[in-house]
Every structure is written in structure tokens, then in C-alpha cells.
Design a protein around this ligand. Structure first.
Ligand code: DGJ
Length: 695
């Protein structure tokens, strides 16, 4: 795939199936020209069809790649600045464009002030995903204040009102999908919490009447884990635009002479149907986003002790759990909260990242050795950005938490947020975690974050509103430093469940905790929404003993739902009966046979539990030689019992073998796709896994 720089200052990003076209027109404005199916390169131009009058201005109408504040432009802008003489207008001219393999850089600069904007674009060989970001440089010596700096603006091609998907989630109810038709005005999705949060998502999915297989789908996701904004507008000319970037609600950034501000990246694409969108983003994330240590590796089956023991951890009980876990086939044993400082409950201890001597009188190595001897790796929980007022850290450094002397620093879950913009705080966190990783055989960390920021006083900063951005960058930087020094350690992003499961996190963390709600019934939908834009392999999915007000489901059913992600077990194994343990063992064995398909295959959502009552997901290997189908139904009504399950994603001409009960089938892909396999679905909690292999 390629970047084409055409003679008339038209730039074409060619992806596998699409063209994304931008250019500079005769007025020097940056213009968006096309995003969608491929056309002849020679036809592209920045047409001049505008009818400026006293109300409708040329700049106002323009479909632009990056809109700056000022002039007769009354739309939203992507960049707002204050120059040293207090001028707030930006007037750009085109400086040049360069192409470097699959990357395009378009340079714009202010006509008077030392401000340069580099619009950056990147394409890949095998997909339709474009990476965009902007680099804003102060080429002078006087400071320039940034008041808003978005990463990218995207113009949707059609005049009709798009339906725009986002989420309206909450703790325990993450990723709940919303869809709003944007007829006029604005739709805004954001977080003002300093984290991504559980509520709205830093992405948009726009379509007209698309479904899994058909219809134009435009989407973009922001790679950022802090306060974000996704601003969708439809103007009087029926043009729909979406800008994504850092939230500007309490934002400023001082750009000193010679400095460049690089915005977070946006990954955007156009596909036909939602299914193709998910498959492209899945593969793109694995190949181009996830940290390289683990992106191509199968994630191990883990056990996490949180729901079994909460804060009451000790060597004896954890070892008892570990023995049972290893018998089942678990590969990674994780001790969650409670192992450090005075952490006997959630009111104390955060910040004191030293092993609790009362709980582990012989040190933590006794437990780690036990776990290792059982053939499993060991993992540990941290919540690095936090401090309990009842902790040695806070007693020694009360000024290390965000605060104003004149205001109450509100605790949530009895904890305050550390001022991560301070270098001494960053060093303290890095050193504590580094020491644990250096001194002990730890192969995995769960990095938790259980409350949003508040009372964000940060006296150390000359420009206090920079703290939102700097906090997030500090998290990324500590994670990156730890990974560099300890490359065999995998790190999971958790934030009270799925509060930090965005693409910014995916650039640094290896996996994600999607939700504290582990009820298999709720997870059936949450997993669909999670994997809409995110890769399946990062989605940790535990089998637990709770049902969160849903009907109780069999252990088999719970396994089958969790086996559609990176399988984990979180129940209290000491309460498991012999038949439960056998059921768990059988399913873990099966998972190990099929997890390469789940974690790396192409997902086809054939039946949706929300509208079809039955979930039928098929994961197909890239070479189409293998597949696995999951059927789960938590309820069947109206005698809906005979269904032909039609597989998708298979190769028409390949003969596949499969076995259901005692019945063996040898059928072509065409048959399995068009005729399907009949099954009788009856009763609550029906579930089945069907393995398919080319003959
Ligand atoms: C919130 C996480 O989402 C849980 O999985 C668990 O780690 C607790 N924190 C521990 O305090």
C-alpha cells in the first residue's frame, strides 16, 4: 500500500481497499477530499464549488483535515492557541509534503507566527486502517499557549445523517452500546476524569444502515487513556465531521521555543459492515499497536485470587488455591490486592509497596516458589497511582497527592491520587515496582487504578492545567520503563474493571481487565462490545462464582463464555466439588486446543444474543484451515429449538471435518456457510463448542 503525492498538491493514502484523499487548494487551505472506495488517482482534485456570501463563508464550509481557530470560520476547531502577543488567530499556509514509504507528512505553518503543524498519516500493507496524529512545533523563542489540540478531524462522505455509536457504560456495566442519529448540531462523547473511565468511549462508529456484513462503516479510536473528547457535528451543509483528541475542558499546554507537542494517535478506517471493522481492528492491533513482547504470543490461562480471598491473603491459603489451579491446568497464578503494607482492607496501605510481614513472615518468595514448583508463573497486583491517607507514604509525603491547601481533598474508596506529574513520585513508584520485579520471580503485573482525579492542585507545574496530560504520560512512561528493564513481565491494565481499556493503554499494556462484572450472561454482550474495536486476545475473561443478579449459569456455560477471550479463573476453588474441578480441567484442556483461534483468529458474529437470543461466534484461522464455533444461549423462548448454524469465514472449496456428539460431518465450506449444521437448542444455558478442521 502506498502514499501518493500528486502534482496538484493532492495526497492519496492507498490502503488495501480504500483511498483517503486530502490536499491543498488554491487558497492554501488544507482540504479533505475523499474517504472510501478507490477511484482513479488522476481524477482527484480540490474542487472550488463554494458560494461565499455574507453568512456562509468559504472557510466555514470547508471540509478540512485540520481546522484551526480564527478568521471567518465559525465551526469547531482542532487547534486553538494564544501567541505571546495575545493574538489567538491562526492563518496557515502550505509549506510542503513528504512521503516516506507508508507515511505522509503535510507541513503547514502560520503566515506570521512561529507555529508549524505537521499532519501525519500512516498506512499499512494489509488493512484499511490509517494512523493519524498532529505535531505542533513552536519554531520561535517566545512561548505559545495551546488551549485545544485535537489529534485528527475526519469528514464523513455522505450528506445523510449518520448513526453514531458510542457507549454509556458504568462500573460493572462497561461498554453498553449507544447509537444516536446526528441530524444537526453536535454530539460529544468525553471523559473529564483524568482516565478514560467506564462511561463514554474515545471512539466513534458511524454508519447509515450497516449491519455485520453490509453498509458503509466509518470509525476512529483515540489512543489515549486520560480525559478525551470525541466531537461529532453536522452543519447546515449536511456535512458530518468528527474530531478526536485531548479534552480541552481544563486544558492548557505551554509550548516553549523549539518544543513540539505530539498529539495522541487516532486509528481510523472505513469498512463494509461491522464484522469487517472488528476483524481489521483486531489484526491491526495485534500487528501494529500492542507492545512487541507479547503481541504475537498466546496469553496464558491465569488464576486470580481476588474474588476468593479479597484482602485476606497469606501463603497457606494462596498455596491451597495454587495447588487446585495447577491441577486444572492454570499457567499463571496471580495474587491480587492485599499483599503489601497495612492492606487488611481498602482503607489503608496503598503506596506502601512492601510485602506485609505479618501475612508473609517468611517473605513472598515462599509463595512464589510454591507456585513455580507447581509449574505456574507468578503475578502480582499493584495500584501505583494511589495512596491511602492511612499509609506510611502519605504520612511521610502528604504533599505527594493532588491537593489544594484550601480545599478538601476528597477520598474515593478511601484513597487519594498521587501527583504523577512530580518526578520524585514517578521515581518512587518505579523503584518500588522495579525492586519487586528484580528481587522476585514475577512474570505479570496487574496495574489497577480505582478512582478518578479530583482537586487537581499540582504546585510543581508552571501551567497547572497540563497535569491531566502529564499524569497519563507518566503512567505510560513508568510502564514502558518497567517493560524495558523486565521484558519478560506482562502488564495488564485495570481500572476498577474496564476504566482504562482504550487504545492508549493498548500501546503500552499487554492485556486488559474489561469489567469487574464477571457474570457470564452480562459478559456475553460486554465481550461483543469490547471486541467491536479492540483485539480479542487482550480481553481477560474470568470464570467466577458470581452472577451479578443474572440467572445462575452452569460452570460449563461460564467457561464457554470466558473461553472467548484470554481465559482466567477467579472463583474460590476451595469450594469447588470434584466434578467442578473436573469440568474446569476439561474446559481448560479444550481452551488450550482452540485458544490460538480465539486469540488470533478472525471473529464472525453470526448470531447476536441481544436480538437472536443465541450467541453464535465463529473464530477462523487466517489461513482458513481451522475454526471454532461457540454457541451459547442463556434462555430459549417460543420453542426456538431447531436451528441450522451457518458458519461464516470458511473457504467455500475446502472440505472441513467436524464432530457433534457422535455425529461426524465432512462438508465443504460452501455447505457449512449456506446450509449449516442443524442443532436442537433447548432450555436455559445451552452451550456448545464446535471445532472444525480442514481435511
Ligand atoms: C478493582 C479491580 O477491578 C479488581 O479486579 C480487583 O483487583 C480490585 N480492584 C482490588 O482492589
Amino acid at each position: 500500500m502506498a502514499v501518493h503525492i500528486l502534482k496538484n498538491n493532492i495526497f492519496v493514502l492507498e490502503t488495501k481497499n480504500t483511498h483517503y484523499v486530502l490536499g491543498i487548494d488554491k487558497y492554501g487551505y488544507n482540504r479533505h477530499i475523499h474517504w472510501g472506495k478507490k477511484c482513479y488517482l488522476k481524477d482527484y482534485e480540490a474542487t472550488d464549488i463554494w458560494d461565499e456570501n455574507s453568512n456562509h463563508t468559504r472557510l466555514d464550509m470547508a471540509k478540512q483535515e485540520y481546522t484551526t481557530f480564527g478568521g471567518t470560520m465559525y465551526r469547531e476547531s482542532d487547534l486553538k492557541v494564544v501567541f505571546s502577543d495575545k493574538c489567538r488567530e491562526i492563518e496557515l499556509e502550505f509549506e510542503g509534503a513528504t512521503e516516506d514509504g507508508n507515511q505522509l507528512t503535510v507541513i503547514l505553518k502560520d503566515k506570521v507566527y512561529p507555529l508549524q503543524i505537521a499532519l501525519k498519516y500512516k498506512v499499512n500493507d494489509n488493512d484499511d486502517i490509517i494512523t493519524r496524529w498532529a505535531e505542533i512545533t513552536n519554531t520561535g523563542t517566545e512561548k505559545i499557549q495551546l488551549d485545544r489540540v485535537f489529534s485528527a478531524e475526519l469528514t464523513l462522505p455522505s450528506q445523510y445523517p449518520y448513526k453514531i455509536k458510542n457507549t454509556n457504560g458504568s462500573w460493572g456495566g462497561e461498554y453498553v452500546e449507544t447509537e444516536s442519529e446526528l441530524q444537526g448540531g453536535a454530539l460529544s462523547f468525553d471523559s473529564k476524569r483524568g482516565t478514560t473511565g467506564h462511561n463514554q468511549s474515545p471512539y466513534f462508529i458511524a454508519h447509515h444502515n450497516a449491519d455485520e456484513k453490509k453498509g458503509d462503516v466509518y470509525f476512529a479510536t483515540l489512543a489515549y487513556s486520560g480525559s478525551f473528547k470525541v466531537l461529532c457535528t453536522r452543519d447546515l451543509f449536511y456535512t458530518t465531521r468528527v474530531s478526536l483528541g485531548l479534552n480541552d475542558h481544563d486544558f492548557k499546554h505551554e509550548l516553549l521555543g523549539g518544543e513540539t507537542f505530539k498529539t495522541p494517535m487516532v486509528f481510523c478506517g472505513y469498512t463494509v459492515g461491522f464484522g469487517e471493522m472488528s476483524r481489521q481492528m483486531n489484526r491491526f492491533a495485534i500487528n501494529h499497536v500492542l507492545p512487541k513482547q507479547f503481541n504475537n504470543k498466546i496469553l496464558p490461562v491465569l488464576y486470580n485470587s481476588w474474588e476468593a480471598t479479597e484482602f485476606d491473603v497469606n501463603c497457606k491459603h494462596q498455596t491451597a488455591l495454587a495447588k487446585l489451579a495447577s491441577k486444572m491446568g492454570v499457567e499463571l497464578f496471580v495474587m491480587d490486592d492485599g499483599w503489601f503494607g497495612g492492606r487488611n482492607h481498602d482503607r489503608a496501605g496503598l503506596g506502601d509497596w512492601f510485602v506485609n510481614k505479618k501475612k508473609f513472615p517468611k517473605g513472598i518468595d515462599e509463595l512464589i516458589n510454591n507456585v513455580n514448583k507447581l509449574g505456574m508463573d507468578f503475578g502480582l497486583w499493584f495500584e501505583p497511582e494511589m495512596v491511602n491517607p492511612d499509609s506510611d507514604l502519605f504520612r511521610e509525603h502528604p504533599d505527594w497527592a493532588y491537593h489544594y491547601d484550601t480545599r478538601t481533598a476528597h477520598t474515593l474508596r478511601h484513597q487519594l491520587v498521587l501527583n504523577m506529574t512530580r518526578e520524585d513520585v514517578q521515581e518512587y513508584i518505579f523503584e518500588c515496582m522495579d525492586k519487586m520485579l528484580t528481587d522476585h520471580n514475577i512474570k505479570y503485573i496487574k496495574w489497577d487504578m480505582n478512582r478518578p482525579l479530583s482537586e487537581t492542585g499540582a504546585e510543581n507545574l508552571a501551567c497547572p492545567q497540563e497535569l491531566w496530560y502529564r499524569h497519563t504520560q507518566a503512567v505510560y512512561s513508568i510502564v514502558d520503563r518497567l517493560k524495558e528493564k523486565h521484558p519478560t513481565v506482562a502488564i495488564e491494565s485495570c481500572s476498577s474493571g474496564g476504566g482504562r481499556s482504550d487504545y492508549g493503554a493498548l500501546l503500552h499494556f499487554d492485556q486488559v481487565w474489561p469489567s469487574d462484572n464477571t457474570s457470564s450472561v452480562d459478559r456475553m454482550m460486554m465481550q461483543k462490545w469490547f471486541t467491536y474495536l479492540r483485539p480479542t486476545k487482550v480481553m481477560r475473561a474470568w470464570v467466577t462464582d458470581v452472577n451479578w443478579y443474572n440467572p445462575p449459569m452452569s460452570l460449563d456455560f461460564r467457561f464457554h463464555v470466558a473461553m472467548q477471550g484470554a481465559l482466567g479463573i477467579g472463583g474460590n476453588l476451595t469450594n469447588y466439588s470434584l466434578s467442578d474441578l473436573a469440568c474446569a480441567k476439561k474446559n481448560i484442556e479444550l481452551y488450550k486446543e482452540i485458544r490460538h483461534l480465539v486469540q488470533f483468529g478472525d471473529l464472525y458474529r453470526v448470531l447476536d444474543p441481544d436480538c437472536d437470543e443465541i450467541l453464535f461466534n465463529v473464530y477462523v484461522s487466517e489461513d482458513k484451515k481451522e475454526a471454532v464455533g461457540f454457541i451459547s444461549s442463556y434462555v430459549t423462548r417460543f420453542m426456538k429449538k431447531q436451528i441450522s448454524f451457518k458458519f461464516e469465514g470458511l473457504d467455500d472449496d475446502t472440505i472441513y471435518k467436524l464432530k457433534i456428539g457422535d455425529t461426524k460431518y465432512e462438508k465443504s465450506g460452501a455447505y457449512l456457510k449456506n446450509v449449516g449444521i442443524p442443532l436442537t437448542i433447548r432450555g436455559m444455558g445451552y452451550n456448545k463448542i464446535i471445532k472444525i478442521k480442514a481435511k
